[in-house]
Write a protein that binds this ligand. Structure first.
Ligand SMILES: Nc1ncnc2c1ncn2[C@@H]1O[C@H](COP(=O)(O)OP(=O)(O)OP(=O)(O)O)[C@@H](O)[C@H]1O
Length: 260
């Protein structure tokens, strides 16, 4: 039997398989999201393969993985946009459908707003579409981001458009926020402002799942992580516990685990 101390970082994927409940939360409370043996592919090619994971409420979870590992597919299943999957999924106790959609605010990675909308018209539209939309919060965020209220999306820069989309997604009083690559294409100076906006007046009992393949971008705001690899769970953990056990930043660990 070897008496050697394992090198930092080894065995992490066996040891870290779950995200513990948020600090101060009732440990007996049911998870906000459960995914059991989820399998989903496209045209016979599997993307998510027998994925099992649970996400507690009150957490800000980084959903990490290389391009094409299935992050968007998972978010779409949770958002109720992909119905034909194998396995079981629950969102606040509901299978994805009308009840769960009312509780989930999804920010897709693709454009979803009409180009002729101004910020003010977008706020009016979201107020009509979503019962939980907080127009006062949206206007506060529009001010925080310094967005013009009368300029159409077409006339805004990419960064302004991103800030408006994030404003709309974060202004729903949802239980679960799913943000798909919210910082892709955003310049480094704007990233910190956007993250500050995302956290502004954020309900500490809500769950946020934020996907990225650039972990350094969101490392400052996530308190836990899910690493996917080839549609499977590589590890799930509290961020501080993982940093302590690995002796690395999440970014360094991510690079190590995905090097192949
Ligand atoms: N509608 C589709 N039809 C066919 N294949 C698809 C479709 N959507 C996604 N795929 C494929 O499924 C795989 C997983 O895609 P997905 O978008 O879920 O990954 P991802 O981890 O979000 O990637 P990225 O970081 O590049 O956004 C990829 O190989 C992708 O090409």
């Amino acid at each position: 039997m070897s008496t050697r101390t394992p090198a930092p970082g080894t065995g992490l994927t066996e040891r870290f398989r779950t995200i513990p409940p948020a600090w101060g939360a009732d440990p007996a409370a049911p998870p906000a999201v459960t995914v059991h043996h989820l399998t989903r592919g496209y045209r016979g090619t599997p993307v998510l393969a027998d994925l099992t994971l649970e996400l507690p409420a009150g957490r800000i979870v980084g959903l990490m993985g290389a391009n094409g590992c299935g992050k968007t597919t998972l978010l779409k299943v949770l958002a109720g946009l992909l119905a034909d999957y194998e396995g079981e999924v629950t969102i606040a106790g509901h299978t994805p459908g009308p009840e769960s959609k009312a509780l989930v605010s999804f920010l897709p990675d693709a454009a979803f707003l009409a180009e002729d909308l101004t910020a003010e018209r977008a706020v009016a539209q979201f107020s009509r579409l979503f019962a939980d939309f907080d127009a006062a919060k949206a206007r506060e965020l529009i001010g925080f981001f310094g967005l013009p209220s009368d300029r159409t999306l077409k006339a805004m820069s990419k960064g302004m458009g991103d800030k408006l989309r994030i404003t709309l997604a974060m202004s729903r009083r949802a239980r679960i926020y799913l943000l798909d690559e919210p910082l892709s294409g955003v310049d480094p100076a704007a990233r910190d402002v956007i993250l500050e906006g995302v956290l502004r007046d954020f309900d500490p009992e809500a769950l946020m799942l934020i996907s990225t393949h650039l972990i350094a971008d969101v490392e400052s705001i996530v308190d836990s992580v899910v690493f996917l690899k080839d549609g499977r769970l590589l590890l799930a953990a509290d961020a501080d516990e993982l940093r302590e056990a690995s002796g690395m930043s999440l970014d360094a660990l991510f690079r190590k685990e995905y090097r192949s």
